[in-house]
Structures are given as structure tokens and as C-alpha cells.
Ligand binder design. Structure first.
Ligand SMILES: Nc1ncnc2c1ncn2[C@@H]1O[C@H](COP(=O)(O)OP(=O)(O)OP(=O)(O)O)[C@@H](O)[C@H]1O
Length: 984
């Protein structure tokens, strides 16, 4: 124990070796299990080679115990390098402390054979005074005696000498063999990297599949070069291995568990003073140092290494670099297989350089993210500071205060009219708002709620107009006819005038499309001076659309009525509920029932919207609904409505509407002046009869728009042509004018000449005055000048003014005449029956009159169609005659009802004939064929009954029916004609 600091205490821990030296069993007899002695060959200082107590599973190092330090005065080169590498400084003197280096001399050994025995032997041969006990003699085999070892497959990375590695052994036989060998004091095995299976994906080559490999198969999959591994501990199926020296498999000994014969490999001899090797190793160290600066992971590795490595050498450095690099297993295996130290160092250098690049990228990524985060934090902080400063200076109140102030200001205007309970709710919500955190979701809910609550026009009504005359004027202005509707509105106004207030009512306008239901609604609002709001409920299936969502839902909204009130800003608007007969019915409740609450005058004074949650008064709202088919309106709703039917327009009404309303508005919309166009009555009539036969006027309006658009284009085109013609003429005229100007210039010249003669006369006069002795110095100077100037001026001014005036007049005349000419060229566009098809295309409908004279057995009937109605013929002919052949055959795509009604007609006609001509056996002996053209159009209904009877009787009695007579009506079996509906 000479030279050994016996005062040091070492914890007894499991022996995990990082130094690559084998634990000497001899020593184990003398020293505590977890340390052993070596010495620095330089100064013969005993060196305690600490055996790491690092727990294999946690990779934590606990072995921080007393070791001796080398003095700083004699630092070995690698010691210095690695001292820098770890960033730790050594303390000079033989201080007992944390071990941070290893003996550089041992590097010269170039192999991990530096066992204690050898170290002792070496120290003895060096003649050092530190003597180990040579009495300790090993009875166990030395490392090189292990020539046949169990082969352990390593799936992920090779094991480098000096490193430990935990592996999991799933194969129970192999595990038992390992345990057995441990017991036999020969805890060594061979660890070999597994080759990738060419058939399976490397990533699926899991531990399990590794354990499935056995015998020869496993043998073939092992890399030849591996590591002699000490089995440090076995816990369950976890085996901790410590790498010692390189091995090469020579042959297989036994299959299960796989045992192989091995050669122990030694590094090729090298010159440790070789400059290239030194330089390469320095480069490896310096690169490692660079990586260390950025990678904390590496720092741990290096620290562990420097703490526990015993023999520093070039080969060891190469192994170390490769082992801690993130290189893939094949690259690591390459390093393991390389026995040439210089080449191994080079390979390692490549790997650590790559690592360096990766760590640089890692650093830049980390930096970028850090910068981003810190930038956002900074901005947030600054914003908060800014807010605080502004608040302190009184420049800005915080969000909450500003919001509360806004809401208070809004409600201030309705304070007197707003119901008390609403004011109370608003106040409560405002208080709540102040207490809530601005970033919380509840804050947003409250803010939105207050926004809606304060935006409604509480008690704000528009001034109603009770002037019946004015209202009538407005209604007539916008719509022709519709007297029922107009009358009802005037009644409503009259009642309102007498009572002083108007009550909300529900009017339902029903009728075919395009008869003006929607547009009259707008007109009524105008006549009553109410705000207008329209919403269509066609296809509406969600009750929430009417009653609103509950506030608890994300994105909750109030219903349509609340939206309407906010929109119009008054509490008594006219609300047009369009297409009420097309209300949808979905899973989300029954919208018809929700509308009931909205429309019912009994209930809507306290209409409760789910979102708003405070009752609102809708009793002053005038509801107007529109529907195409009244029968489709849910009964409870229909009950509460006052239905006004608009039947559709007859041709005469359509003519008026087209002439006085549609044409006017379309003309204005197209920017055409009334005098520029004329659409004749014949054209309008043709348009109505041959193009637009529907009950409403929407299609008629479209056709008129079509005509006017075409006229507009025609006018613009003509305008362009005549403009260019005018421009041509103006050019010609201006040329003429310029030649006139030239003439005037010559006239001006003659003026000058004239002026010249005037000046001559003055001169004669002056010489005369001189001759009579008058001192005319001044006079003479002034006189002729003044005179001359005056003369010249007069002549100049007069002439020029005259010329200009003349020219102006001429130009004005030219422009005027050209304008007139242009106006003449842009002619009035005339649309009449003959050119109507140029504007609207070929007629859609043709005259239905097929016969000028209806033959026997043919009668004209009336039919109801979606367009309103039309006429059709019913024809009957005799097919066969003979005793008892009486029968009826019907064609023309007739529905069941119509077929039945044909049978009834046959029976009734027979009865009538029997009554009128008892001797006529026509029906009994004739097979009849009844047809209703056009065969492509499906027809149904009972109302053709009387027409069919007439047609059959006409045939039976051989009498034609009057050609301008049409009929319709269902007939009973006894011959009674039932009343019809829907005909105006
Ligand atoms: N009596 C009329 N006088 C003047 N214009 C009319 C008249 N009737 C309808 N119109 C015009 O016809 C056009 C179509 O009318 P509107 O859209 O109101 O029809 P509607 O009955 O509401 O149809 P739908 O049932 O399809 O909604 C409007 O431009 C309207 O001005």
C-alpha cells in the first residue's frame, strides 16, 4: 500500500469499468472491490484507478472519490487537451480531490492490457520505489486466455473497449449460460454487432426478432469483429457489459447458446511520436472541445470519460470519439474493425466533425426559437408597460373601462323609455364585466351580450303617418291594382288615426309568384313611414334562427327578430316574413311554433329571445307575410293571420302594369329618355300573350328589361356612328373657317394700307400748318400720333371684333345644325308587333286555337295551370259502330281522376241523349274515342266533366259547338255541374 493515500474512503459499489483495464482478481483480495492501484510512471505516484460506480441503468456516476492529481508543472499533452476539453482546471500539488485526468504515460501502452499486474510489473521495472505486492498471484485465466466465448448479438451499436452497455437477453438458455459463466469466475463473453437482415427492414429488427435468431443463422448475421465484454451484472434479463478488447470470430463452437472461437486483435504497431498521428488526435480533441461548447449531452460523456479513463492513448481517443458520436452502427463498426491507429483516428475525426456540424445546426435552431420566444415576450412586456404608462398619464383608460363607458353612453339615450328590468340586467352585466379578466372567455360572452342589449332601440318608435290620402298616393305610385291590399292598409291607417296608436297586425298576402307581394310590402312600409325589414323563412329549419341560441354556446347569436330591431333602429318596423308557406321542419325544433310566439299579438308583447333573455315588446311591429299557397301555411299560424289573396293579373291589368310601372322603371334604369323609344300597344300585347302568360308580372318585367337593354345598345351604337360623322363634318367646317380667317387676314392687311393712307393725309395737313407758321412741335407730335393711333385702333378693334363675332356666329350655327343633324340620325327606336321578335326572340306560346270552326265532337275547355290558366280542346270521335258495341276509350295522358270523370261524362251524356232523343241508340252501339291534346302534357282533375259531356253529345247529335265558347266544371253522375273556383 505504499504511496497510496490510505485516508481516502471509497464507497463499495458494483464494479463498472470505464477504463478498459480488467479487474485483477489478485487485487480483489487486497483492495476494496471498487478500486485498484496504478501509478504514474513519470513520478511513480500511486494512481488509484477508480472503478466507476455508475449504475448501468441510470448512467449516473457516483464514483467521485479521492484520487491523486498530477502537478500542473508537468502536464502531459492529452491531459492538457482534455483539461481544456472538459473546461475544468487542475489544481497543482498532490491534492486529494475529484479525479479529472488519467496518466498520459499509460497511453503509450496502446492497449487496455494495463492491468494492475502489469502496471505493478512496469513500475517495478522502472525502478520506482512504489512496490506492489508481488505475492499476489492470479489463479484465474487472463483475458487472452478467453479463446472461446459466448456470442452476444448487439442489435444497435457495437461495444467499444472502455465503455459499458446494457443489453437485454431474451433467450433463457443464453441467459443461464451467462449466469453460469459469471459464477465460474469467468464473466466474459463476446459482443458482436448484428448485420442488418437484407430481407427485413432494419427498424423492425427488434429485440424480439434478435432473440429468435439461433445457432448458424445467428452466427451468419454477426459481424466478424466484436469486443470481449465483461459481464458486469445480470438483473433479470438485463445484462451489463463492459467492453475490453477487440476480437475476431474464427469459427463456431456450439450452436445453442452460440459459442464461438475468437482471436484477440491488437492494434497495429505505431509510432506515438508520429506528428501526423499527434496532429490528427489534436484535431479530434479540438473538435470534441468545440462540440462540447454547444452540446451539454456531450459534456456529460466527456466528463465521465475523463474521470474514469485510465489509459489515455491514441487508439483509446479514437474509440472514445466514435463511441460518443451519433454515427450510425456501420460507421461505428468500421472504427471498431480498424486496427491501424492512424486510420482509426481519421475515421473518428470524420465522425466528430459531422457531429460538430449537427451541433451547429442544433445551436442555430435553438437560437432561432429562443429569439422568437424572447421577442414575443419582449413585445408583450413593452405593450403592457405602454398600457400602464398611458393609463397612469390618463391618456387611455383600460379596455374594460372604455367598454363600459361605451355601453353606458349607448343606453343613456333610451334611459327613460327602456324597461326597468332591462336597465337592471344591463347594470348587472356591466358590474360583472368589471370583475372579469379581459382575456377570459366569459369576458367576451358578457361583452357581446352587452353589445346586443345596448344596441336595441328600446322604446324608440318612428313617427307613424296617419295621412290616408298620402298613403293612398304612395301605394298607387308603386303598384297598379291590388285594391284589396291597398284598401286593407288604408283601413289600418284609419283605425290608427282614430285610436291615436297603431296596433301590430299580421297580414298575409297570398298569390302566385311575381304578383307583387314582396314589393307591396315595401310600399306599405313607405306609406306608413315605418322602417322595412324582410327575412325569408323558406326552408328555415332551425328554431334558433327565430328564437336565438342560448348564450352558453360558442358563437351564439340572437334570433332574426332581435337582429331586425338592431338593424332598423326602431321598435315599430314593418317586418316582411317571406315565403311563410315554405317553412322547413328539421331536427332542431319546429320553426312554425316559434313563429307563433313571434306573430301572436297576445304573446309577442313579451317575446323572449333565448340569447337576449329579457322580454322584448314586438306588439308594435307590423308583420306582413307572403305565401304562394295558403294551404301550406301551418294552421295555428294561418289562424292568426289576415289573408289577402292576390289572384294574378289578367291581360288588361298586365298592360297597365307594363305601361305605367315596369316600362317606366326599366327605362330609367337603362338611362333612356322617353322620347327616344316607343313600344307600341300591339308589341306589349304580343309580349304578354305570346311570351308571358304567368299570373304574375315578373317574367313580363324581365322581357321588358331585355327590350330596353337592346334599345340602349342600339342607341349607343347609333350615337357612336353619328358622333364620328359629326366629327368628320366639324373637321371639314373648321377647315373652311380657317380659309375664311386667311381671307380676313388679307382684309386686315388692306386695313393697314388704309391706315397708311390716313397717315399720309395727316402729314399733308401738318405741312400745311407749318407753312402758315404755327408752332406745331407739340401739336404736330401729338396730333398725328393720336389720330393715327385712334384710326389704327378703331380700324383694328372694329375689324377684329366683327370678324370674331362673325366667326363665333358661324361656328355656333355650324354646331347647332350638326347637333340637330346628329339628333336626327339617332332616331327614335320603335318596337312594335313586327319587330318584337328581334328584341325578345321567338314567341314562347302559340295561339291555342286549332280550329276556326270547331268540328262535331270537339269542344273548348278551360284548364288551370301554374301560369294561371289556358284553354284546351276535348275531342271525341266514333271508332266503331254495331249492336251492343257501346264503349269508351280515352287518351291524352289523363290522370285517374280525369279518366273517371270521362266515364261519368259517358254515362251522363247517354242519360241526357236518352232524355232528348229516346230513339237515338248512338251510345249503346258506338265505340267512342275521347282525346285531350296535347298528349305530351299530363292532365288531371274533374273539372273537364261538362266539356266531355258536351263533346260526346255534339258527336251523338251531330251538332257542332259554338267556336268561341269554352267551358269548365265538374259534373256529378246525375248531371249536376259543380261550381268552379280560381277564375277571375
Ligand atoms: N301591381 C303591380 N304594379 C306594379 N308592379 C308590380 C305589380 N305587381 C308586381 N309588380 C312588380 O313585379 C315584380 C315582382 O314582384 P314581387 O317580387 O313582389 O313578387 P312576389 O309576389 O313577391 O313573388 P314571389 O312569390 O315569387 O316572392 C316587382 O318588381 C314588382 O314591382
Amino acid at each position: 500500500m505504499q504511496g497510496f493515500n490510505s485516508s481516502a474512503h471509497f464507497p463499495k459499489t458494483s464494479p463498472l469499468y470505464f477504463n478498459g483495464t480488467s479487474p485483477n482478481p489478485k487485487l480483489a483480495l487486497k483492495f476494496p472491490q471498487n478500486y485498484r492501484l496504478c501509478r504514474s510512471s513519470n513520478r511513480n505516484l500511486p494512481m488509484l484507478k477508480l472503478l466507476s460506480s455508475t449504475a448501468a441503468t441510470s448512467c449516473r456516476t457516483h464514483a467521485l472519490t479521492a484520487t491523486t492529481f498530477r502537478t500542473a508543472a508537468e502536464p502531459a499533452p492529452f491531459f492538457k487537451a482534455l483539461s481544456q476539453l472538459t473546461g475544468l482546471t487542475t489544481r497543482s500539488g498532490r491534492t486529494v480531490g475529484y479525479r479529472r485526468f488519467f496518466c498520459s504515460d499509460s497511453a503509450g501502452k496502446g492497449d487496455e492490457e494495463g492491468t494492475v499486474v502489469e502496471a505493478e510489473a512496469k513500475s517495478e521495472s522502472d525502478g520506482s520505489d512504489t512496490k506492489s505486492s508481488s505475492a499476489i498471484v492470479s489463479t484465474n485465466p487472463r483475458l487472452e486466455d478467453y479463446l472461446s466465448v459466448l456470442a452476444l448479438p448487439l442489435p444497435h451499436r457495437p461495444l467499444f473497449p472502455g465503455f459499458y452497455m446494457p443489453i437485454y437477453v431474451k433467450d433463457p438458455k443464453l441467459l443461464a449460460a451467462l449466469q453460469e459463466s459469471r459464477k465460474r469466475q469467468a464473466p466474459y463473453a463476446g459482443a458482436f454487432l448484428l448485420k442488418d437482415d437484407s430481407l427485413t427492414d432494419a427498424s423492425t429488427d427488434t429485440e424480439k426478432s434478435v432473440s429468435d435468431l439461433k445457432g448458424k443463422e445467428l452466427f451468419n448475421r454477426l459481424h466478424e469483429v466484436g469486443t470481449l465484454a465483461q459481464i458486469s451484472s445480470i438483473q433479470g434479463d438485463q445484462v451489463i457489459l463492459i467492453g475490453h478488447r477487440r476480437l475476431r470470430i474464427t469459427e463456431m463452437v456450439s450452436e445453442d447458446p452460440l459459442t464461438v472461437k475468437v482471436d484477440h486483435l491488437k492494434d497495429k504497431p505505431y509510432d506515438k511520436d508520429d506528428d501526423v498521428i499527434k496532429a490528427t488526435s489534436f484535431e479530434v480533441i479540438s473538435t470534441l472541445r468545440d462540440v462540447l461548447k454547444t452540446s451539454s449531452l456531450w459534456r456529460d460523456h466527456v466528463q465521465t470519460y475523463t474521470q474514469h479513463i485510465g489509459d489515455f492513448s491514441f487508439p483509446r481517443l479514437a474509440d472514445f470519439g466514435a463511441a460518443i458520436s451519433g454515427a450510425n452502427k456501420l460507421q461505428c463498426q468500421q472504427v471498431l474493425e480498424e486496427l491501424d491507429v492512424y486510420k482509426r483516428l481519421k475515421l473518428t475525426l470524420e465522425l466528430v466533425k459531422k457531429e460538430m456540424e449537427i451541433s451547429k445546426i442544433q445551436e442555430s435552431i435553438a437560437k432561432a426559437i429562443e429569439e422568437k420566444i424572447s421577442g414575443e415576450q419582449r413585445r408583450y412586456l413593452l405593450n403592457e408597460q405602454l398600457k400602464a404608462i398611458k393609463k397612469e398619464l390618463g391618456l387611455e383608460t383600460d379596455d374594460k373601462t372604455a367598454l363600459s363607458a361605451k355601453f353606458r353612453e349607448r343606453i343613456e339615450q333610451y334611459k327613460d323609455k327602456c324597461p326597468r328590468h332591462v336597465l337592471q340586467v344591463i347594470e348587472e352585466e356591466l358590474t360583472k364585466l368589471q370583475l372579469l379578466e379581459a382575456s377570459s372567455s366569459e369576458f367576451n360572452v358578457t361583452r357581446n351580450y352587452l353589445d346586443w342589449l345596448t344596441a336595441l332601440p328600446w322604446g324608440n318608435y318612428s313617427d307613424e303617418n296617419f295621412d290616408v290620402i298620402r298613403a293612398q298616393k304612395i301605394l298607387d305610385e308603386d303598384h297598379y291594382g291590388l285594391n284589396d291590399v291597398k284598401e286593407r292598409i288604408l283601413e289600418f291607417i284609419a283605425v290608427g288615426k282614430l285610436r291615436g296608436i297603431s296596433q301590430g297586425k299580421i297580414i298575409c298576402l297570398s298569390g302566385p309568384p311575381g304578383v307583387g307581394k314582396t314589393s307591396i310590402g315595401r310600399s306599405i312600409a313607405r306609406a306608413l313611414n315605418r322602417k322595412f325589414f324582410r327575412f325569408s323563412v323558406g326552408g328555415l329549419a332551425d328554431v334558433a334562427e327565430i328564437k336565438g341560441h342560448r348564450r352558453t354556446y360558442i358563437g351564439a347569436m340572437p334570433g332574426k327578430m332581435v337582429q331586425c330591431l338592431k338593424n332598423v333602429g326602431t321598435a315599430n318596423p314593418l317586418v316582411l316574413i317571406d315565403e311563410i308557406d315554405k317553412l322547413g321542419r328539421g331536427h332542431a325544433g319546429d320553426p312554425a311554433s316559434a313563429l307563433l310566439e313571434l306573430l301572436d299579438p297576445e304573446q309577442n308583447a313579451n317575446f323572449l329571445d333565448h340569447y337576449l333573455d329579457v322580454p322584448i315588446d314586438l306588439s308594435k311591429v307590423l308583420f306582413v307575410c307572403t305565401a304562394n299557397v295558403v294551404e301550406n301555411i301551418p294552421n295555428p299560424l294561418l289562424d292568426r293571420m289576415e289573408v289577402i289573396a292576390i289572384a294574378g293579373y289578367i291581360t288588361d291589368e298586365k298592360m297597365h302594369i307594363a305601361r305605367d310601372y315596369l316600362e317606366k322603371t326599366t327605362r330609367e334604369a337603362c338611362g333612356i329618355k322617353p322620347e327616344q323609344v316607343e313600344v307600341t300597344d300591339a308589341a306589349l300585347l304580343a309580349l304578354i300573350e305570346n311570351y308571358c302568360r304567368e299570373a304574375g308580372v315578373r317574367n313580363l318585367q324581365k322581357q321588358i328589361e331585355k327590350i330596353y337593354r337592346k334599345i340602349a345598345l342600339q342607341l349607343v351604337r347609333q350615337g357612336v356612328i353619328s358622333e364620328s360623322a359629326v366629327a368628320g363634318e366639324v373637321d371639314a367646317k373648321s377647315e373652311e373657317t380657317s380659309s375664311d380667317e386667311e381671307t380676313d387676314e388679307s382684309a386686315a392687311d388692306s386695313g393697314v394700307k388704309h391706315e397708311g393712307s390716313a397717315k399720309g393725309a395727316v402729314r399733308v395737313m401738318l405741312s400745311f400748318l407749318e407753312s402758315v407758321g404755327v408752332d406745331l412741335n407739340t401739336v404736330a407730335v401729338q396730333m398725328p400720333e393720336t389720330e393715327a393711333a385712334k384710326t389704327v385702333k378703331r380700324s383694328d378693334d372694329a375689324e377684329t371684333a366683327e370678324t370674331v363675332e362673325r366667326l363665333d356666329n358661324e361656328e355656333a350655327k355650324t354646331v347647332e345644325s350638326l347637333d340637330a343633324e346628329a339628333a336626327r340620325t339617332v332616331e327614335r327606336v320603335l318596337v312594335d308587333g313586327s319587330n318584337l321578335s328581334d328584341y325578345v326572340g321567338k314567341p314562347v306560346f302559340h295561339a291555342e286555337r286549332i280550329y276556326d270552326q270547331t268540328p262535331i265532337g270537339v269542344v273548348m275547355g278551360l284548364a288551370w295551370t301554374a301560369m294561371g290558366g289556358s284553354t284546351l280542346y276535348i275531342e271525341t270521335t266514333q271508332v266503331e259502330q254495331g249492336e251492343g258495341k257501346g264503349a269508351l276509350h280515352v287518351t291524352g295522358q289523363l290522370g285517374d281522376v280525369m279518366k273517371e270523370s270521362a266515364q261519368i261524362a259517358h254515362t251522363v251524356a247517354r242519360a241526357i241523349l236518352l232524355e232528348k232523343e229516346p230513339d237515338n241508340p248512338f251510345f249503346a252501339n258506338s265505340k267512342l274515342h275521347l282525346h285531350v291534346p296535347a298528349g305530351a302534357t299530363p292532365k288531371d282533375g274533374p273539372s273537364a266533366g261538362c266539356t266531355m259531356i258536351t263533346s260526346m253529345l255534339s258527336l251523338a247529335m251531330k251538332k257542332p259547338v259554338c267556336e268561341d265558347l269554352a267551358m269548365t266544371g265538374e259534373v256529378t253522375l246525375t248531371g249536376k255541374v259543380l261550381p268552379i273556383g280560381g277564375v277571375r
